[in-house]
Ligand binder design. Structure first.
Ligand SMILES: [Zn+2]
Length: 226
């Protein structure tokens, strides 16, 4: 299980919202922190959905948006705030490996540079994974004959691969992680650029027609939660 799955399994959006200061009434409704909300418009449970502004997501996106941090940082924050003991198989593997005699030709790969590079890749892949999970829901076609949004297509295509990559980095043997970084490191670097492009595109789209987007979300998803 990667860090997102572990966190989501242990904390609901409702628990996080309460700890981070939202008042939730008996019907599970709270004032939405993402728009100027005077009467509770946000349904908060395992996930959240605001009936007024259309904002929605899981505990990771909630925390990420609330504190203006990346999904990966949000997952780490939640793990810390809720004292979730994360599986640390990777560290165990690292220690085991260090105890053995390290062949000289590999010594340079075990420097801090390697660890920094590895952490960078984990962060990028985690953020990308979270984005894909969001796209898969947010841009899912609403009917059979509707053309697929390119973000939905990308999510369907990439989710398994990205999960697999993260599993290697978070739980793999050191040898596999070194191989992965030398094979796929550049690919991961490109993902960072791609996410930046999508962020800009989102920004432009929201600037152009946020009103329209909001109302579409409202009608298409209202039935999920009520
Ligand atoms: Zn709202």
């Amino acid at each position: 299980m990667n860090i997102f799955q572990q966190v989501k399994e242990n904390v609901s959006t409702r628990q996080a919202a309460e700890v981070y200061g939202l008042k939730i009434n008996r019907n599970g409704m709270a004032c939405c922190p993402f728009h100027h909300d005077r009467h509770p418009s946000m349904k908060v449970d395992k996930v959240f959905y605001c009936f007024a502004c259309g904002e929605k997501g899981d505990v990771i996106s909630f925390t990420s948006k609330m504190f203006g941090i990346t999904p990966y940082e949000a997952a780490r924050k939640l793990a810390e705030d809720f004292q979730i003991v994360l599986e640390k198989q990777d560290n165990k593997e690292k220690k085991k490996f260090k105890k053995q005699a390290i062949p000289k030709r590999n010594a340079f790969q075990l420097t801090r540079e390697f660890e920094k590079w590895e952490q960078f890749c984990i962060r990028i892949l985690s953020d990308y994974l979270h984005l894909l999970e969001d796209w898969k829901v947010r841009y899912a076609p609403q009917s059979f004959d509707e053309a697929w949004d390119d973000r939905f297509t990308e999510a369907c295509k990439q989710l398994t691969t990205v999960n697999y990559y993260l599993d290697i980095l978070l739980e793999g043997e050191l040898r596999d992680r070194i191989d992965f970084l030398s094979d796929k490191g550049e690919e991961v670097k490109q993902l960072e650029k791609r996410m930046e492009q999508f962020r800009r595109r989102n920004h432009e789209e929201n600037g152009r027609g946020s009103q329209q987007d909001g109302s579409q979300l409202r009608t298409s998803n209202a039935c999920e939660l009520v």
